[in-house]
Design a protein around this ligand. Structure first.
Ligand code: G4P
Length: 292
């Protein structure tokens, strides 16, 4: 089963994002810090065109910071401004506002020089599903605005939320899906909950998770399941070891179904500790070899 990349409703969502983009000066693209490249929209520049952009590595509390530093550097070299946040715990959110003001300072200064009174900066949040967009917006608002309740009688259509006197945020995020024909990225997006489980081959996803853990976080996996596998072990063999530790056999066979669910659940509940799915050296080498 191949993961369906760009379902129809995603094309519609992308069109909607493009419409909303016309209204803003700056875009905050949220990515999951555990896979900043895989959850980043490769076509962002095409979609967003000439707007200013800030890439926000959200869920920074969950990732392996050694890898994160490499990815930050990667995006900065491409000209992006990167900010780390933990939206769930409201960490570093005001830094995003500060950076947005910095990014637009020149434009505003030019307007002032022409005698134009600048209006508030308008911003919006975009990103793939489950990277924390709604949490980010809600926490940012609570942090900066005392009362955001809608006025009765006012139709809630598109609302600008005031972050402070200089900057406003569109109340609904733009949902994007990377248009990327790469099954490995699909499996990572499945692990972080961006792609629904019912359209995903979870057996492949869990074997791929074993592969990633085996390459970079072998000890974490061995410790969690009290197994003693080595990096050259076959993925199916490792799965059987885990099954053997955790579940009774069914009719003499390993309980693969329960083991698949367990692996995915353990990743999603951070049982492996702080890990990053996008390994910088692997992916960047890959990018280079793809070009050759
Ligand atoms: P979305 O709008 O982009 O689809 O994402 P949403 O805000 O719904 O967040 C998806 C999940 O990610 C939520 O967890 C949310 O709490 C969690 N989350 C958001 N930001 C962070 C962060 O910086 N760090 C961590 N650790 N988690 C974050 P959930 O399990 O769906 O709900 P709940 O745990 O809030 O009940």
């Amino acid at each position: 089963m191949v993961i369906q990349w760009f379902p129809g409703h995603m094309a519609k969502a992308t069109r909607e994002v493009k419409e909303k983009l016309k209204l803003v000066d700056i875009v905050f693209e949220l990515v999951d810090a555990r896979c900043p490249l895989s959850s980043h929209n490769m076509y962002l520049d095409e979609v967003v065109k000439d707007k200013k952009k800030i890439i926000i590595f959200n869920k920074i509390d969950l990732c392996d910071r050694t890898e994160t530093a490499k990815w930050k550097n990667y995006f900065e070299k491409k000209g992006y401004t990167v900010v780390y946040t933990d939206a769930k715990n409201s960490n570093n959110l005001n830094k995003v506002i500060d950076k947005a003001k910095e990014e637009l300072a020149e434009k505003i200064a030019r307007q002032v020089a022409k005698g134009i009174k600048p209006r508030a900066i308008r911003s919006m949040v975009i990103g793939v599903p489950n990277v924390g967009k709604s949490t980010f917006i809600n926490k940012l608002i609570k942090k900066n605005v005392a009362n955001t309740a809608n006025k009765p009688g006012v139709t809630k259509k598109q609302q600008w939320l005031k972050l402070n006197k200089d900057i406003e945020l569109l109340d609904t995020p733009g949902i994007l899906m990377p248009k990327f024909d790469n099954q490995e990225i699909g499996k990572k997006l499945s692990l972080i909950g961006s792609i629904k489980d019912d359209i995903t081959p979870l057996d492949d996803v869990s074997l791929y998770l074993i592969e990633l853990l085996k390459q970079s976080y072998l000890e974490n996996m061995n410790n969690l399941y009290k197994i003693d596998v080595t990096a050259d072990g076959e993925n199916v063999f490792i799965m059987e070891k885990i099954a053997d530790k955790r579940f009774k056999k069914i009719g003499g066979d390993y309980d693969y179904d329960s083991t698949i669910k367990l692996l995915i659940q353990d990743f999603r509940t951070q049982k492996f500790g702080l890990i990053t799915l996008d390994n910088y050296n692997d992916m960047i080498n890959e990018e280079v070899s793809d070009e050759n």
